[in-house]
Design a protein around this ligand. Structure first.
Ligand SMILES: Cc1cc2nc3c(=O)[nH]c(=O)nc-3n(C[C@H](O)[C@H](O)[C@H](O)COP(=O)(O)O)c2cc1C
Length: 182
């Protein structure tokens, strides 16, 4: 499905305190401005079969407890691995706290990235680390220049969230078109 406005787009999120859902809503609104309709679903309410019905899947995950995986995502691990994601485009975003948990910033995004790759997805939406101040992260690409998805920090840099979401959504729309060009 080359045209993102004709694609079935799902946004699957997990959250403990609501931030990842709120950012999901911002992403959904920003995509609507591009004519893209997004179905937002809590990971507690989905299945491998439902995810396989989407062409483009955005997944949002916060990191908890020193590099821990948000618990609903952790419970969904076998299902992610069982989802047939080959031929699907996936983009990830994560919530974290770069000052409070600077050695574990956004680690869960790295965890999810490994698993969607194993399930066969093509991942777009890598995001530069410029403008963040952290010590370590398992969400970095090999060159350590980018996170493997959008990084959002509602604890330390909430004032940057809206502009980050808008810029990332523009990037993802462009990357989806090149990745799915016939
Ligand atoms: C007890 C606790 C542990 C946390 N551990 C981490 C962590 O290891 N790495 C990180 O980047 N953020 C960590 N955070 C920050 C959360 O990921 C952040 O507050 C996020 O916005 C929560 O998202 P949610 O509301 O969707 O659950 C932690 C926050 C708390 C309160």
């Amino acid at each position: 499905m080359a045209d993102i406005t004709e694609a079935n787009v799902g946004l699957i999120f997990g959250t403990d305190t609501g931030n990842t859902e709120e950012v999901g809503e911002k992403i959904t609104t920003a995509l609507a401005a591009h004519g893209v309709i997004v179905e937002m679903i809590n990971v507690t309410d989905t299945s491998a079969e439902e995810i396989e019905g989407f062409d483009f899947i955005i997944m949002g995950i916060p990191t908890w407890d020193f590099g821990g995986i948000q618990e609903d995502w952790e419970e969904f691990e076998e299902q992610i691995l069982a989802t047939k994601l080959s031929g699907k485009t996936v983009a990830l975003y994560g919530l974290g706290d770069q000052r409070g948990y600077g050695f574990y910033f956004l680690d869960a995004v790295g965890w999810l990235h490994e698993r969607v790759l194993k399930a066969g997805a093509s991942v777009i939406g890598y995001w530069p680390t410029k403008g963040y101040d952290f010590d370590e992260s398992l969400a970095l690409n090999e060159a350590r220049t980018h996170f493997v998805g959008l990084g959002i920090d509602e604890d330390q840099q909430f004032e940057l969230t809206d502009e980050r979401v808008d810029a990332w959504v523009n990037q993802v729309v462009a990357e989806y078109a090149s990745a799915n060009a016939a």
